[in-house]
Design a protein around this ligand. Sequence first.
Ligand code: FES
Length: 92
Amino acid sequence: MQKTMSKFSQPEKVIYVCVGSKCGKRGSKEMCRELKHLIRDSGLKDTVGIVKTECTDRCKFAPVLSVQPANVWLKEYDERDAPRILRIATED
Ligand code: FES
């Protein structure tokens, strides 16, 4: 019997959001939620992905995230930065 495969997505851009303990306490989960809504509402679900990561060893600057492949890192953000982060992710 063959298993049904769920979609294995490979978005062009990925926002890696640290949801380690420190970042989690400082708003990274809210950021994930906000970005998810923005991405969906902008029709970018197949283009921009969100990957939650464990601690990236930058706790002093929590919360942190990175946008790849642009290799832009953001520190001490709050969820109001979500539109700007999405703009960075979709710039070429
Ligand atoms: S918990 Fe995010 S950098 Fe350590």
